[in-house]
Design a protein around this ligand. Structure first.
Ligand SMILES: [Zn+2]
Length: 168
């Protein structure tokens, strides 16, 4: 599962379904997956994890570049210039994947039902499925809005950090 998630992350796709794109253009992100509705920013401060991923990768790269230069005693100026270039460019160039890979890691640690590309449903189809009277008791009492359903998008929103509690 982690492999699937990382592969979706590398392709900058939704971790849940692997179809929806994460980025509109440039650094601009979609709020939710256009294919399965998965909300990308799971909670307030969610992207701190992506910044941490970016920082770790940047530091590893700086070390990987600087260390051989120091060993082979290349000129100090060149070492500093290359080190600075890596330190400045890596966070900018790795920005997209730091977020997508963080989403893959977070999805792995907090799993939700994975959606495979073969059986993507539209939101309307999903709602129709949920509202279909599959059980006889639901006909007598009608729809029960209080019963939380794991696939209910509003419930999903509420579960991930109380956006609705902003006014309270
Ligand atoms: Zn999706």
């Amino acid at each position: 599962m982690l492999g699937t998630l990382l592969w979706r992350g590398l392709r900058l796709r939704c971790p849940r379904c692997g179809v929806g794109k994460l980025y509109r253009r440039g650094y601009q992100m979609y709020e939710a997956c256009g294919s399965c509705g998965w909300v990308f920013e799971r909670e307030e401060g969610y992207w701190t994890g992506a910044m941490a991923v970016n920082l770790v990768v940047t530091e590893i790269l700086i070390f990987a570049v600087i260390f051989p230069l120091l060993i082979f005693q290349v000129s100090v100026v060149l070492t500093i210039i290359l080190g600075l270039a890596v330190a400045i460019l890596t966070p900018l160039l790795f920005y997209w994947h730091s977020k997508s890979l963080w989403m893959a890691i977070d999805f792995f640690l907090h799993p939700a039902p994975l959606v495979s590309a073969g059986r993507i449903m539209t939101l309307d189809e999903l709602r129709r499925l949920l509202n279909a009277p599959t059980r006889p008791e639901s006909e007598s009492s009608g729809a029960q809005p209080s019963a939380p359903h794991p696939l209910d998008m509003d419930e999903q929103q509420r579960d991930v950090g109380g956006r609705d509690a902003g006014d309270a």
